[in-house]
Design a protein around this ligand. Structure first.
Ligand code: DHB
Ligand code: FE
Length: 280
């Protein structure tokens, strides 16, 4: 049976993609952020997961405001990246795992999560930036991926509680997959940030740190916030925290924080990086 060995969190700010392309790992502005990743890369190198399930939000590359699924799951053999206009170099495709994707889709629909299945899907910075951060050698040793996009862009967005339950159903789907696979789940985006409007630049460090603490010990407390609570406390785009809650819902074993890093501000965003181990 497949096993979820851990959950990873990362911001997905597009500027990080540019900093990676320009090798700015030692630059004083970027170093405190990039320094959060080597311990997680070492853990991944030791554990060698077979598949990464990447929970992110599409920001307008694959879905736009005219068609916005609440939950969309990739079921393609590969996922193309494309130019979003940020000046980030376009990356080679990421490998998919259609058999696992369809198993997850069938199980989730069976549990009354009516997802949008995508046999073609382009993946934007929400997916590519965390993949590059966690696997700096992904082009040499491609890991199979299943992208899951949750709407955080156009209201009404799903509630934190719904996303947590979605994650729990995702966890059950993976546990019932009849193949000996090691799986990690990524929750990307967040933490507090607001990109436009009167509160542009808004950051709430105490709230971010509370979220990084409770996501380990009491995710159900966080799942009681409404989507609008998140917008108020963490900014309009801080609502991306629902992606972390979906990841956390999938971890229903003994969950332990092995590593965490918080750095603010990069691109006016509270950037949280975490490794949560999920033991049986
Ligand atoms: C930015 C974009 C994002 O999608 C995000 O989550 C954080 C920051 C940005 O444009 O700076
Ligand atoms: Fe985002």
């Amino acid at each position: 049976m497949a096993r979820i060995i851990g959950g990873l969190t990362s911001s997905h700010i597009p500027a990080i993609g540019n900093a990676i392309a320009r090798n700015l790992f030692e630059d004083p502005y970027w170093k405190p952020f990039f320094d959060g990743f080597p311990p997680i890369r070492a853990w991944l190198d030791e554990k060698q997961p077979d598949v990464a399930i990447v929970i992110y939000n599409d920001h307008g590359l694959n879905f736009f405001l005219d068609k916005m699924p609440t939950f969309a799951i990739g079921a393609a053999p590969e996922y193309r990246n494309d130019d979003e206009g940020w000046g980030i170099p376009t990356l080679p495709s990421f490998a998919g795992d259609p058999r696992l994707s369809w198993h997850i889709i069938e199980q989730l629909v069976g549990e009354e999560f009516d997802v949008c299945s995508c046999q073609e899907m382009t993946v934007d910075h929400g997916f590519t930036v965390p993949m590059q951060l966690f696997w700096d050698d992904w082009q040499k040793k491609p890991i199979r991926t299943v992208p899951i996009s949750i709407n955080t862009v156009q209201h009404p967005i799903p509630s934190p509680a719904r996303c947590y339950k979605f994650g729990q159903a995702l966890g059950r789907a993976i546990a019932s997959y009849p193949s000996d696979q090691k799986v990690v789940i990524l929750g990307t985006g967040g933490l507090s940030h607001q990109l436009d409007g009167q509160r542009a630049g808004f950051i709430n460090k105490p709230f971010d740190l509370m979220c990084m603490d409770k996501i380990v010990s009491d995710p159900e407390l966080l799942a009681r916030y409404t989507a609008h609570d998140l917008v108020r406390e963490a900014g309009a785009q801080g609502a991306e925290f629902i992606l972390w809650l979906a990841m956390r819902g999938a971890l229903q074993g003994h969950v332990q924080k092995l590593h965490g890093n918080y750095h603010v501000p990069i691109s006016n965003t509270g950037a949280g990086t975490m490794l949560l181990e999920n033991a049986d």
